[in-house]
Structures are given as structure tokens and as C-alpha cells.
Design a protein around this ligand. Sequence first.
Ligand SMILES: O=C(O)CCC(=O)C(=O)O
Length: 317
Amino acid sequence: MTAISLSSQCSARMRDHGYAIIEDLVSPDLIEALNADFEKHFAATAFSQGNFSGTETRRFAGLLKRSCHVAHLVEHDLILALADDLLGRWCDHFSLNLTQAIELAPGASQQVPHRDQDMWPCSGFIDRERDIEFLINVLWPLSAFTRDNGATLVWPGSHQRQDELLITPKEAVFAEMAPGSALVFLGSTLHAAGANRTALPRRGIIISYCLGWLKPYELPWLAYPPEVARQFPRSLARLAGYQVHRPNLGTFEGRCPSLLLEDAARPNGAVDALLPEQEALIAAWRQGADAPGGHPPMLAPHLNSGSASLGTERAGG
Ligand SMILES: O=C(O)CCC(=O)C(=O)O
């Protein structure tokens, strides 16, 4: 099966069920290399604090600077195609929300069930009929995920039941999977880390992507300051925040922050970054403003049926 048909099959599954498990997405060798690179970081990381993270878990973030292998997961073709399909319609571009390694220590209790999109209060204000998704999450197991060691619990169909804060545990399924596979789920899907009832740690990597206009869970410019991001391929640097989100959001000195990746002397002065339809609206307004008698009334962009839109919903997604 081609990557494109697999990704459209997978996004259809996510739309229907809120999640999907994709088997054999990367080689076990890659996961082994990640395990080797992360060993010392797990050893050096204290237990988390707080009722959400769980005091029997260890977590560290900024994974792109801890192992060169993480980029393969972050920029996996199929995952990027999925993110584009599920998020692209609602933003100029999607961005990296978080890279985090997580260990459930032996004896760790089950995490509180939650929906990742609840980080952003606006997710609760939007009409459910609009079907907007704010985030997709990818869980890459570093050790086999089993029912006994804390495989992620997912509530199938819970993305369509957002008025229910909790759903009976009987309806949850365990995302059991082997290293090399991935669990992908929507920000609107109810889930939780399971309880680890074994004597060995359960380890995994969370990589999530959000609408580019949201504040990400992890501040990428601090995790990867320009001198670090300069070493990334440009596509990865863009995902990690070095790209203005049209219109004019996430700038440095009024310009696209990608200028920080250049060695050349920095130009100064603000430069607009607008969508073509926004340029067209402004041009139409300016033409009217310059005409004798002032400009004619204009409809609010979101009421227009045609191409012009100042909102964030992109046509053709
Ligand atoms: O580790 C897992 O299985 C899920 C963790 C999770 O959902 C979280 O920490 O937000």
C-alpha cells in the first residue's frame, strides 16, 4: 500500500474512531537507537510532580536535541500527511506541539483520563458541528505496550462525545503494540496512560502537532534556540516554530523568525505575512477608501461565500 493511501485510510479511521494503531511504521533498529540515546536521560530524570503527570512517571522533553533519530519520527511522511489532513484545514500550517519521552515506573497508577485539546480553552467554545481538531498526538512505544505494563487506554468514539467529561472504563481499549508501531489519536479523544503492574518500566515517546496559531505545550524557541535550530533541516525548523503563521503571527522583529536561521546580516523593519485572500480584502478596502464617497459596505469575511476569508478555516482542506 502506498504511503498516501495508508495515510488516507488512517485519517478516515481517526475521523470515525478518534484513533488508530499503525503497525510496523518504523524499524525496530530505529527504536533501539532511540532507547540507547535516551537511557542516560531517563536515568537522570526525577519523578514527575503533580496529579496529572503522575508521580511514578519520568518525563523529559526537547527530544530533537537529545537524539538525532527523533527527527525521523517527527518528520515521518505518513504522520505529516495525517496531520495535514486533519489539521491543515484550520490553519496556515500546523506546528510541533511537544516531543516528550515518558516512563511509567513499575507500580505506576493509571493516569486521569483526559483530552489533550482541553489545554486550549477555545476548544470548549467552538460548535462541535464544525468538527475542528486542534491537535493530533502520536505515541511511539519504546518498549512493548501491554495491558499489564500501562498501554495507553483509549475511548473509541469519544471525540464525538465531547460533552461527556468521563466515559465508563468498560468502554476503553488498551493500545497494545510493539516498538516500531504508533498510536495516533485526536486531541478530542479521551485517553490515559494505563497502570504499570509489572516489574519493568514502560517507556514511550509522545510527539504531538497542533494548529499553528495555538500556543504549544512546549515552547520550541526555548527548547531549540536559533543556534540549535540552525542545525535542523529547514522543514524541521519550520515545524519547530521558525515560520510565521499568516497573518503576522509568531514573528521576530515583525518578520518571519526563519531569519534567525540565516548567517547573513539581519535585515530590519516589519514585513507583512498575509494570506492571498487577506491581501485581496485589504486591496478591495483600499480601493473603496480611495474612491469618491468612501468604500462600499463589506460583508464580514466569515459570512462571505466566496474566496475571501480573514478567519482561519482554509478552503479546500
Ligand atoms: O503515556 C501514555 O500512555 C499517555 C500519556 C498521556 O496521555 C499524557 O501524559 O498526556
